[in-house]
Design a protein around this ligand. Structure first.
Ligand code: NDP
Length: 449
């Protein structure tokens, strides 16, 4: 429990109101823990009920998503959109399509998004959405019918100045395209209501690459400033083989690292010569296949069943880019034993609290998701700007802005941690830096908000 009576009261309220929502409670606990010194130093936060307000979503929408499969059978999924906080801009956050999606998962992601979006320094609030629909194994037409049904309801609640969803696990270019088409049909408007759009209809160059690239820009800056080091010559392990993982691999390689392992939800591959990313892209982006296919195409590579074993592969830098809680204490200890020097979270909350503590106690540089993977949403905000201007920037213009944003996020998190006596603790620093701006805006806007 916390030292502060105020924090204990707020957390008890969250537990009582959201029973059994373990991911959401985990995310709230971690943020409150970081805010302890901030709350102590600023009594106005308690006087104005800022924490009670920030842990309660402004609006939650749960809805039925009926759709018809290729054999004419009707299915029903559940859709979610949690509009968590709009103090500094329109709600912004991805749509996750995965069977594990439930209220707890969407609320944890929406809550984290508030602080992450604030850290980007761009005017975007926090939200998240999704469905327990599984696009895996569905035909393109089935995915299209699902997306159209999902958007038929969602369109009533979003808008370019209200709430701008984006991709996430299971929602890539194909799904965004189907959803955007349906929104346009229903509203007769061509606006920047979704980000991650295709380049022919309002998408931003470098959006696809942004989360993975941004992660590596952050880790490079962290290595440089905290260890006078870089990716050059480092062995890197990247979990996942989706959007974030693929582009993290690409940038880590460009910066001089060698990525030797990647995974999917069935197992992982190890290629001591360095993963051939073109082969991974062909399997995962083009064929929507399984990562184990890699060993049939690249000589000398090995495949292992199961996901967590990837953390036993010896590396200098670990980039978890698959899903939440994929590194537990045991995996963290295996990485530490093998000499890992830095961990950068590409996925959202991929390390359990015990794993984070293990890294920090062992002196491993640790880049938390909220800060390190903010490049995706930052570039989404740049896509919104381009849509508003009806203009588009070049790849290198967007990439340069992304890099500047990531470097600034590192320094803001680092400085915030130092200011509150937690030097080098980027988990606390990211939470504090993200929180201060949102809290300030909430204070300025009065209690009805
Ligand atoms: P994708 O759906 O493109 O890829 C997810 C990858 O993770 C797939 O390779 C998937 O394998 C794998 N995976 C899923 N579950 C597990 C599991 N339990 N164990 C191991 N591997 C698993 O998603 P993204 O790359 O977009 O997202 C990955 C993470 O990054 C998520 O946490 C997301 O919230 C976060 N993120 C994404 C952003 C973005 O811009 N896309 C922005 C910020 C954060 P399989 O192919 O078998 O499904």
């Amino acid at each position: 429990m916390f030292k502060s009576e105020y924090l204990n009261r707020v957390y008890a309220g969250v537990e009582a109101r959201n029973p059994g929502e373990k991911e959401f409670l985990q995310a709230v606990y971690e943020v409150l823990e970081s805010l302890e010194p901030v709350v102590e130093a600023n009594p106005r936060l308690e006087e104005n009920g800022i924490l009670e307000r920030i842990v309660e979503p402004e609006r939650q929408i749960f809805f039925r998503v009926p759709w018809v499969d290729d054999n004419g059978k009707v299915h029903v999924n559940r859709g979610f959109r949690v509009q968590f906080n709009s103090a500094i801009g329109p709600y912004k956050g991805g749509i996750r399509l995965h069977p594990s999606v439930n209220a707890s998962v969407i609320k944890f992601l929406g809550f984290e998004q508030i602080f992450k979006n604030s850290l980007t320094s761009l005017p975007i609030g926090g939200g998240k959405g999704g469905s327990d629909f599984d696009p895996k194994g569905k035909s393109d037409m089935e995915v299209m019918r699902f997306c159209q049904s999902f958007m038929t309801e969602l369109s009533k609640h979003i808008g370019a100045d209200t709430d701008v969803p984006a991709g996430d696990i299971g929602t890539g270019a194909r799904e965004i395209g189907f959803m955007y088409g349906q929104y346009k049909r229903l509203r007769n408007e061509f606006t920047g209501v979704l980000t991650g759009k295709g380049l022919t209809y309002g998408g931003s160059l470098a959006r696809k690459e942004a989360t993975g690239f941004g992660l590596c820009y952050f880790v490079e800056e962290m290595l440089n400033c905290m260890k006078n080091d870089s990716f050059k010559g480092k062995t890197v392990v990247v979990s996942g083989s989706g959007n974030v993982a693929i582009y993290a691999n690409q940038k880590a390689t460009e910066l001089g690292g060698k990525v030797i392992a990647m995974s999917d939800s069935n197992g992982y591959i190890v290629d001591k010569n360095g993963i051939n990313l073109d082969v991974v892209k062909q399997i995962k982006e083009v064929e929507r296949g399984r990562i184990k296919e890699y060993v049939n195409r690249v000589k000398g590579a090995e495949y292992f069943e199961g996901c967590s074993g990837i953390w036993t592969v010896k590396c200098d830098v670990a980039l978890p880019c698959a899903t939440q809680n994929e590194i537990n204490e045991e995996s963290a200890k295996a990485l530490i034993k093998n000499g890992v020097i830095a961990v950068g979270e590409g996925a959202n909350m991929p390390s359990t609290p015990e794993a984070v503590a293990a890294f920090q106690n062992a002196g491993v540089l640790f880049a938390p998701a909220k800060a390190a993977n903010a490049g995706g949403v930052a570039t989404s905000a740049l896509e919104m700007s381009q849509n508003s201007m009806r203009y588009s920037w070049t790849f290198s213009e967007v990439d340069a802005k992304l890099k500047t944003i990531m470097v600034n996020i590192f320094h803001n998190a680092y400085n915030a941690a130092e200011k509150y006596g937690k030097k080098g603790n980027l988990v606390a620093g990211a939470n504090i830096a993200g929180f201060e701006k949102v809290a300030d805006a909430m204070l300025a806007q009065g209690v009805a908000y």
